[in-house]
Design a protein around this ligand. Structure first.
Ligand code: CAA
Ligand code: NAD
Length: 283
């Protein structure tokens, strides 16, 4: 199946990155969020990224204008009536995603694939609210999307082979490397990454070391490009907490219990870089 028109739901850090790489690789994109301000913020972030590429002489100004023209803003979900695939990148909350998917199932044409960029939530459960479970799939990009090479392509229980192949090919068309994963909590990426981040938070919570020193250990000692607490701030502490809760509930194993300090920060509205404060402060 050929994909030409894409709708991205959620113009936050992931949705805007996904819209950017799709537009840069020839797809027409509708970028959708709840409010016009949110969509505008997403598009201005994409523009800033592209301007940096122009400065570095990687793309021309004409390329930038062409890519930006391919992205149409939306605050009306009925715009899904004209797309071949929807990639949902709204907040990591099952109720929100289920509500979006059941509405999309009513609006989008029969052939439209409903993909989710969820970090951890079960694809199969999300598919169950639609009448097209064979066309529901996980397409998990990594942050920052324009830089990171991986896309996990996650098969739900009913995902068809044709849909799997179409999404796998689309990931390659946006110059990513696709890896096939089965539908288990956290998939591969966050089942491994997030317990490490949670453990780093426990070391701060228990007074073993400061956030700066925990990060230093992992950067200098393990060659990680960012320390785990900087990475947690970068991902979003709310997203980290939701992923830990999904792992905890999904496996029923206390080794995945979220650190109380993570919970406390999220309750305080300290969501990391996007809110200006997390383990570090951002101006
Ligand atoms: N958006 C777009 N491009 C970005 C960017 C951003 N937010 N941040 C950095 N870049 C680009 C820079 O422009 C630069 O590009 P060029 O090399 O083409 O000039 C390149 O990335 C390197 O940037 P810097 O030199 O400024 O900084 P760096 O060397 O520290 O790299 C980084 C930045 C790539 C983000 C690096 O720190 C890194 O790899 N960090 C770890 C990222 C990671 O682990 N991501 C996965 C998170 S988990 C996830 O995504 C899954 C989930 O479900 C939660
Ligand atoms: P974010 O908070 O930056 O953005 C989420 C956006 O979704 C916001 O703009 C919000 O207004 C919008 N939104 C919320 N409910 C909506 C709805 N019903 N309809 C339309 N838009 C809605 O979050 P993010 O970091 O971009 O994460 C988005 C998704 O991507 C989550 O499922 C997250 O788990 C996943 N993800 C995040 C990362 C990461 O590192 N942050 C990496 C991979 C996957």
């Amino acid at each position: 199946m050929e994909i030409k028109r894409v709708m991205v739901i959620g113009a936050g850090q992931m949705g805007s990155g996904i819209a950017q790489v799709c537009a840069m690789n020839g797809y027409d994109v509708i970028l959708h969020d709840l409010k016009e301000d949110f969509v505008e913020k997403g598009i201005s972030g994409i523009k800033k990224q592209l301007e940096k590429q122009v400065k570095k002489e990687r793309i021309s100004e004409a390329d930038m204008d062409r890519f930006l023209r391919r992205i149409q803003p939306s605050v009306d979900l009925t715009n899904a009536e004209d797309v071949d695939i929807v990639i949902e990148a709204a907040v990591e909350n099952m109720d929100v995603k289920k509500s979006v998917f059941s509405q999309l199932d009513e609006i989008a044409p029969e052939h439209t694939i409903l993909a989710t960029n969820t970090s951890s939530l079960p694809i199969t459960e999300l598919a169950s609210v639609t009448n097209r479970p064979e066309k529901v799939i996980g397409m998990h990009f990594m942050n920052p999307v324009p830089v990171m090479k991986l896309v996990e392509v996650i098969r739900g229980l009913a995902t068809s082979q044709e849909v799997f192949e179409t999404v796998y090919t689309m990931a390659e068309n946006v110059k990513k490397t696709a890896v096939e994963v089965q539908d288990f909590p956290g998939f591969v990426s966050n089942r491994i990454l997030m317990p490490m981040i949670n453990e780093a938070i426990f070391t701060v919570y228990e007074g073993v070391s400061s956030p700066k020193d925990v990060d230093e250990v992992m950067k200098l000692g393990m060659n990680h490009p960012m320390g785990p607490l900087t990475l947690a701030d970068f991902i979003g502490l709310d997203t980290c907490l939701y992923i830990m809760e999904t792992l905890h509930e999904g496996f029923g194993d206390d080794k995945y219990r979220p650190c109380p300090l993570l919970r406390k920060y999220v309750k305080a509205g300290w969501l990391g870089k996007k809110s200006g404060r997390g383990f570090y402060e951002y101006s």
